[in-house]
Ligand binder design. Structure first.
Ligand SMILES: Cc1cc2nc3c(=O)[nH]c(=O)nc-3n(C[C@H](O)[C@H](O)[C@H](O)COP(=O)(O)OP(=O)(O)OC[C@H]3O[C@@H](n4cnc5c(N)ncnc54)[C@H](O)[C@@H]3O)c2cc1C
Length: 382
């Protein structure tokens, strides 16, 4: 269906993104999957092309255009080429907003140029071995000591954690018996700080081009100058930024489901069974027609949410609805498309297999489908 989300500027950016993905990502992707990450130089290349600093103010080397639709375009172009942009997506869409919203002037000067140039890689560490969905239950602590904070705790499932130069760590700095959401603070932990170590790189079923790490903090001395935003207020910051994180997952889900259909159409036109192309069976046509309808329905919902988000009006409950619907749709569509590949669909050399294994986590990270339902139910007064 025709979309009215983008302007000429976005379409010009799309050309740049498409060209970059085709030339600089697709040919190297299998190697990156084997290596478990995208090389740092690619971030620098993207930085040089201005792709990482769209939202960063011009005085720090960015383009000064904080328009979420550029992020949408980048993800769509990656999905179109049957790849993902690894931790770039997390950096741009999940982590950068924390810096943009909460960094003070001194921190902006210190970090923004490196973020725009792709010299500084980042991660955000909320989840702990003992708690994920229940963020207020986290156990990592920071205790004030003169001009520093002493940080202790462990985080897990951290995207980009192995490569990150800056990790935004959420830690408890005080407890309020009447309000367990109060008392969390954001700390920017830098590579090389004593006591900060990276543990195992976790082996995942999909998303092979991005590393996922365990991080440990033992008496890490973090200067007070590395506190992001106000002390004790981080739960509110997470609440503010999680809707965009969820939207981001939904953008990936819809664009990857769309790519699964395109891949299935190509394959079934070529593959023959009983002497005729698989695409000629009515079942194939009906399956792909149904999948296409699901994708268009999700796209309409998603585009509406993106427009609301650009206007600063996307509610937490609506972001949850969009993530729930789009990620579950992706799972259904990719599974049905894979079925049309027969045995080849199960082989990792076919991109549909990667789309399938990559898709599974969309219903889990950035808040599970069940947590999305909790948020939606609350908005219904339940
Ligand atoms: C590949 C990957 C990358 C990730 N990247 C990051 C990252 O960069 N940074 C980061 O901080 N985290 C990251 N995460 C963590 C992710 O956000 C959590 O895994 C997720 O929020 C779920 O938390 P959990 O794993 O502790 O599950 P749990 O909270 O233990 O949930 C277990 C089950 O209980 C259900 N459940 C929980 N609460 C409720 C409830 N109230 N009602 C009904 N059911 C409930 C859940 O839906 C789930 O089915 C990543 C995870 C993965 C897999």
């Amino acid at each position: 269906m025709q979309r009215d989300l983008f302007t000429e500027d976005h379409e010009a950016f799309r050309e740049l993104a498409r060209d970059f993905v085709e030339k600089e990502v697709v040919p190297h992707y299998p190697d990156w999957e084997k290596g478990g990450r995208m090389p740092r130089e690619v971030f620098q290349q993207m930085g040089a092309l201005g792709m990482l600093g769209m939202a960063i103010p011009e005085e720090y080397g960015g383009a000064g255009m904080p328009d979420y639709r550029y992020n949408v375009v980048l993800q769509e172009e990656a999905a179109r080429a049957l790849v993902t942009l690894s931790t770039v997506r997390t950096q741009l869409e999940v982590i950068l907003p924390y810096f943009l919203h909460y960094a003070n002037d001194e921190q902006r000067k210190r970090w923004f140029p490196g973020l725009a140039a792709g010299e500084l890689l980042t991660a955000v560490a909320m989840t702990e071995p003992g708690t994920g969905s229940d963020l207020a239950g986290m156990r990592t602590t920071a205790v004030r000591d003169g001009d520093d904070w002493i940080l202790n705790g462990a985080k897990t499932f951290i995207t980009g954690g192995m490569q990150a130069d800056l990790v935004i760590v959420v830690a408890r700095t005080s407890t309020d018996p009447d309000n367990r959401r109060k008392g969390l603070t954001l700390f920017v932990v830098e590579d090389g700080m004593e006591g900060f170590t990276r543990g195992r790189e976790l082996e995942k079923m999909g998303c092979k081009v991005q590393d996922t790490a365990e991080l440990s903090f033992v008496d890490v001395r973090v200067p007070a100058a590395n506190v992001l935003g106000e002390q004790d207020e981080a739960f509110g910051y997470l609440g503010h930024n999680l809707p965009q994180e969820r939207l981001t997952v939904a953008v990936g889900s819809v664009s990857q489901a769309r790519s699964a259909i395109a891949a299935a159409i190509d394959y079934t036109k070529d593959r023959k069974a009983f002497g005729t192309p698989v695409a000629s069976f009515q079942n194939t046509k009906f399956e792909l027609a149904a999948c296409s309808t699901e994708v268009e329905a999700a796209q309409a919902m998603l585009d509406r949410a993106v427009a609301l988000h650009v206007d600063g009006e996307l509610s937490a409950a609506d972001a949850a609805r969009v993530k729930l619907f789009c990620t579950e749709m992706q799972q259904r569509v990719v599974d049905r498309c894979l079925q049309l590949f027969g045995g080849y669909g199960y082989m990792m050399e076919y991109p549909i297999a990667r789309l399938y294994t990559d898709a599974r986590v969309a219903r889990i990270y950035a808040g599970t489908s069940e947590v999305m339902k909790v948020i939606i139910a609350k908005s219904l007064g339940l």
